[in-house]
Ligand binder design. Sequence first.
Ligand code: ADP
Length: 496
Amino acid sequence: MNKKYIIAFDQGTTSTRTIIFDRKGNIQGISQKELSQHYPESGWVEHDPNEIYNDQKETFETVLKDTGILPEDIAAIGITNQRETTVVWDKETGEPIYNAIVWLDNRTKSICQTLKNDGLGTYVREHTGLVIDAYFSGTKLKWILDNVPGARKKAEVGQLLFGTIDSWLIYKFTNGKQHVTDHTNASRTMLYNIKDLKWDDTLLAALDIPKSMLPEVKTSSSNFGSVTYKNINIPIYGVAGDQQAALFGQGGSQAGIAKNTYGTGCFILLNNGKDYVTSKNGLITTLTCTLPKEPVNYALEGSVFIGGASIQWLRDKLLLIKDAKETEAICNSIPPLKDLYVVPAFAGLGAPYWDANAKGAIYGITLDIGKNEIIKATLEALAYQTKDVIKAMEEDSGKALTTLKVDGGASANNYLMQFQCDILDVAVDRPKMIEITALGAAMLAGLKAGIWTNKDIESIREVDRIFIPKMDIKTRNQKYTGWLSAIKRTKTFNEA
Ligand code: ADP
């Protein structure tokens, strides 16, 4: 195998990118396009599936042109994508019958309530690992069938296909030859049985979804078809949802490894090994990237809705900073906080609290509190929220975490990373490569292409910095107890 490069398609919520990696895992080129967001009604979020495909194609062609790298030198493509986002298209024409309904969209809250009222909560948890929520694809797909004129009839005679963004892109890039997805994406639909690894007939019946619409589910590192460019066929050898791809890129194919991506929200995943465990502490269970001939592993996952978004709030609404980067120096310039907490429940509270009605609050303000203290407390809230989720993971898995691997925009902040490690009392390990999600998808493809072995991919991830806990136990406990009390008060305010 003398081909030199692997390509990653990274289709995210706000942008579509193509990245070329060389055999050492270094980036040789990136092309990116912003994705238009559509908000037809309050709580609704849509994307145009054709824009997504066209942008992916354009960035792919641009990055090849810009770098001068030839298609014949590309060994394989790996795809990573925003998860749960739902597309339904016509099998004959390849045209979507409705916009993609984005994971953030909560128009199907009432369908979820009906499923809960029908007593399906336990079934969903035990078979899909998820909680019934508008976040996952199943109810979005049902909404399209119920609301687009003629859709249900067409679906019943096998004329419509469903896919998450990976399936949609592969269908388009292979000219309709492949209707496939991988285990990680299937596990976010609320229609996939993650114990038996098959579509779940009970849930398909409950949501009235014809099985003929669903893609074939494959191992994350396997053959998904190929992209033809200038008469060269480049195989798609890797597919994974973004958070699972990041976990893989962080070396998380082994049990016991946990990662946190500090982006707009924080997404924390722990590879909990081969045994299927359902959470008793408000987390979900999901499949990690799967490899040929290896048993599937399950991850516990917790999402914090407002992570870096609270730093954007400091910048755009409170006008306290001009750039997120300033927060590190500000935090270092003032003494440790005493009993000051910002609870950024701006979109309710996610895992492990699941309080959709909670609103944000600041506790502990005294006359000496100024803008710098508010900034510091806002940043520290990312660390406290992460600790809440990790604590739940430790309780569910019965094991203490030793290291947290980190990535995402806010992981660049050294104050935050040190505080995170102090509050957790766990080492925090930050890699040099910031594009770890795309790298994870590239690794899946590179493994199948034979460019890399399991050993190689371990050495591709290089450490930038390891943070070691320095805080004494008394301070840590005091600070975290204060945080829990702030959370408690936030919840009671809501109940009052
Ligand atoms: P996403 O993929 O969700 O768009 P990114 O991984 O690009 O997010 O991270 C961007 C987020 O990280 C923004 O919300 C921003 O406020 C925050 N952020 C970026 N740099 C820093 C920093 N140095 N300190 C704190 N927060 C930061």
